[in-house]
Unconditional design. Structure first.
Length: 147
């Protein structure tokens, strides 16, 4: 099975995105990290733009979103919000995957979270000057990786 990554998502996915980001059963495992990210950068909000939806943060004007879809049935399976916070630092602000694609799910062998991080490293590498990615979701601490 292949995973499709896209920065655009049709508004037909609004409910699935809301469930994935705001009602994810694994949120409780990362509540301190989620709260910290919201306090620093703002609350994610789903906005409609023409026939598409995007995620914005009320405390950050240039947040970017990457969505993951199951290539077979086009079901939304993951989302990542990130931003360039200064010339050298990109921050992974929020990430959510469905239970099936989590580290304990039936599709854990797809390694969706590591794939998201790999994609983010690729994005960071093509932006001149970016040296570090900070991941807001880590167990009890922030994680930083070099680009």
């Amino acid at each position: 099975m292949e995973i499709l990554f896209t920065s655009e998502l049709n508004k037909q996915y609004s409910k699935a995105l809301e469930k994935l980001l705001f009602f994810n059963p694994r949120q409780k495992d990362y509540i301190l990290n989620i709260t910290h990210s919201i306090n620093l950068f703002g609350q994610p909000e789903i906005c409609s733009v023409d026939d598409n939806i995007k995620l914005t943060l009320n405390g950050l004007h240039d947040a970017q979103t990457l969505f993951a879809l199951n290539s077979e049935n086009k079901v939304l399976i993951g989302v990542m919000i990130y931003s360039l916070v200064d010339d050298e630092n990109m921050v992974l602000l929020h990430i959510g995957v469905t239970n099936k694609y989590s580290s304990k799910g039936i599709h854990s062998d797809q390694f969706l979270v590591p794939l998201f991080i790999q994609r983010l490293r690729h994005i960071a590498k093509v932006i001149k000057g970016v040296k570090m990615i900070t991941i807001m979701y880590g167990h009890s601490r922030l994680t930083q990786i070099s680009v």
